[in-house]
Write a protein that binds this ligand. Structure first.
Ligand code: SF4
Ligand code: MSK
Length: 632
């Protein structure tokens, strides 16, 4: 732990001291136990794709082995490893989306899975060419559309349906470069085939394979995940919430919901409102039931229900260390396998629920769409029953929480803009024109999508916050998802008052539109919302997406999903700034491909910069160059 870290995060300081007193191990202990991390792995030149290996080649040309046993050199090994990270990320986002579509397949008027945004159902159905999209009975249409969506994963011919949303020049780039994604499962399978021993060795071909798979995520799996979640659970609108560990309430039964897939969490919200269970909670001495969210399940729930945000990725252990969590309930992705053992230090029950993410060490209650509400009810009851087991001497909840405004779907942003510009009109125009107007006029210089995780290679949250504070100061509006959005929430950047930290232009926009300078757009799959709003701006101005003064940033990323995201954001034509350097530096050729050559291919590139302020300096040069090229 650096001093900077301790100064920066008081809640962490107090809880890590408590963890030591309680004899609880945390990620920081395990990071220290790793000592110096492997230089070969860090450079991406370790290969264990076949059992002749593991082979490691020298990241320094001319020093040590230059080829693995099969003859693969650093370029091939790095490119294969990178591509396989994309496959992992695309799979995670897309398989999550598939579960949402399955839940929609189970939707019926009496619930518990219901159609909550019928308008979006009909819009997407019309977009996909469903006959009678306007007139069909709601649930017949929903079931037809869910079948079509399931085909997007495995159809034998054709490309992803949502590609047609993109601005036409971007579609031409994808066709020219042969990176239009076909069925999602097909892209992942073909990538795994290509990276098998004895298949592709050409690093550029491997990069293209990864790019196509990344685009299958962004414009396929993730976009399906977002749109179908909105249809099923409602499209988010702006609402108030709170964030940080202080949202845990000593007087209530606290249930932590953590992971990514909203299917279970939506059922938990319903179960926690059950009058019988609330009565049971009172009989156990609790004032009520308090659901608190973490990572992207938290984001999904706060966007639609205002569920309070307990924290982001690095705080998952701290949440349990408060000693006041009755049940930590998880679905898929970003869940430390360390949590069940940690939970045993306290009275917390750790409950995993997905057959795709069964975590050993405590309880497993399998969630299925067909029995969703019963599963959720069992879980909530179990948490309530556990309340009397709480040890008051072990409870320490940091007295720190921040008011937060969340819920900025694309529709919510457009709605806000319309209220300012068209307040006198009865029919809303529903366009992003006011947004492009203020960008083109230079009132705000550009826009940044800030996304991604925490990673001990950065001081947690600090890079997120420095980047966002510095950008809004320089009149760049930020939209955020995932753990970056939660970092912004905790730092108070998702409040209307945060406009005081903005430059003059952005301050004026925030005042007129009544929005924070950083907009919470949702979970990791909801980066598709960012793609869509940038895409709408490009369509509005009739330019390719790569011409707009817009950047993507992942200051503290760590997961394979982030590698997939970085690929599809670059593939969409948006320069992408990474504050943690991917494991590619062992191949100067592949590194050059990512950071330079890809520009000619897709009109955007990867930029590696660990220092947040230096990163913002580079971003401003990038944005101003784009403005100059547009003549604005
Ligand atoms: Fe070694 Fe080649 Fe096997 Fe990789 S694929 S482990 S480089 S022999
Ligand atoms: S939860 S992928 S740690 S953003 Fe989506 Fe956070 Fe990264 Fe998981």
């Amino acid at each position: 732990m650096s001093n900077e870290y301790l100064k920066f995060d008081e809640t962490a300081e107090a809880l890590l001291a408590k963890a030591q007193r309680d004899g609880a191990e945390t990620m920081w202990d395990r990071r220290a136990a790793q000592k110096t991390q492997c230089g070969f792995g860090e450079a991406g030149v370790c290969c264990r794709i076949c059992a002749m290996g593991p082979c490691r080649v020298s990241p320094v040309p001319g020093k040590g082995a230059e080829r693995g046993i099969c003859g693969a050199n650093a370029d091939t090994i790095v490119a294969r490893n990178f591509a396989r990270m994309v496959a992992g990320g695309c799979s995670a986002h897309s398989d999550h989306a598939r579960d949402i579509v399955h839940a929609m397949h189970h939707a019926k008027p009496e619930g518990p899975f219901k159609i909550r945004d019928e308008k979006k159902l009909r819009v997407v159905a019309a977009e996909w060419g469903v006959e009678g999209a306007d007139t069909k009975e709601t649930y017949a249409l929903a079931h037809e559309l869910s079948n079509m969506a399931l085909e997007e994963f495995g159809k034998p011919f054709g490309t992803q349906r949502f590609l047609k949303r993109a601005q036409v020049d971007r579609q031409k780039v994808w066709a020219r470069e042969n990176v239009e994604p076909r069925a999602i499962d097909m892209e992942v399978t073909t990538l795994m085939h290509s990276t098998h021993i004895g298949c592709a060795s050409d690093y550029e071909s491997l990069f293209r394979r990864g790019m196509r798979t990344g685009l299958a995520d962004g414009w396929g799996g993730s976009m399906i995940g977002t749109e179908f979640s909105d249809i099923l659970y409602g499209t988010p609108s702006a609402k108030a919430s709170e964030s940080n560990l202080g949202v845990i309430d000593a007087e209530q039964v606290n249930i932590l919901i953590h992971g990514h897939d909203p299917n279970l969490a939506e059922m938990l919200v319903l179960a926690a409102q059950n009058p019988e269970i609330l009565e049971l909670a009172k009989s156990k001495g609790a004032k009520g039931i308090n659901l608190v969210g973490m990572c992207c399940t938290g984001n999904e729930m706060t966007m639609r229900h205002g569920v309070k945000i307990a924290g982001n990725f690095y705080q998952q252990e701290m949440c349990i260390i408060t000693g006041a969590i009755e049940a930590a309930v998880v679905d898929v992705q970003c869940i430390f396998p360390a949590l069940p053992a940690l939970a045993k230090t306290y009275h917390t029950r750790f409950i995993s629920t997905s057959p795709k993410a069964k975590i050993s060490g405590d309880l497993y209650i399998e969630f299925a769409e067909s029995t969703g509400l019963e599963n959720a009810t069992e879980i909530v009851k179990l948490a309530v029953e556990n309340f009397p087991n709480r040890d008051a001497s072990k409870v320490e909840i940091p007295d720190f929480k921040m008011p937060t405004v969340v819920g900025y779907s694309v529709e919510a942003v457009i709605d806000h803009l319309d209220k300012v510009v068209n307040s006198q009109l009865e029919d809303k125009l529903g366009t992003v024109k006011p947004l492009t107007d203020v960008i083109y006029a230079g009132v705000i210089r550009g826009a940044a999508g800030v996304v991604g995780c925490n990673n001990p290679k950065q001081v947690h949250d600090l890079a997120h916050i420095k980047v966002m504070e510095e950008l809004i100061k320089r009149d760049v509006i930020c939209v955020a998802t995932g753990c970056a959005a939660q970092a912004a929430a905790k730092a108070g950047l998702l409040t209307l008052e945060a406009k005081e930290k903005c430059g003059r232009g952005l301050l004026e926009v925030c005042e007129r539109v009544n929005i924070p300078p950083v907009l919470h757009m949702g979970s990791c799959v909801d980066i598709s919302r960012i793609l869509q709003i940038v895409n709408l701006c490009a369509i509005e101005r009739d330019v390719d997406i790569c011409d707009l003064p817009v950047v993507g940033i992942a200051p503290e990323w760590m997961s394979e999903k982030a590698v997939s995201i970085a690929n599809y954001v670059v593939g969409t034509g948006i320069n992408t700034y990474l504050g943690v350097i991917p494991q590619v530096l062992g191949s100067p050729n592949f590194t050059k491909l990512l950071t330079e050559d890809v520009m000619d291919m897709l009109g955007a590139k990867f930029v590696f910069e660990k220092d947040p302020i230096a990163m913002v300096d580079k971003i401003m040069v990038d944005i101003e160059e784009k403005r100059t090229a547009l003549g604005i």
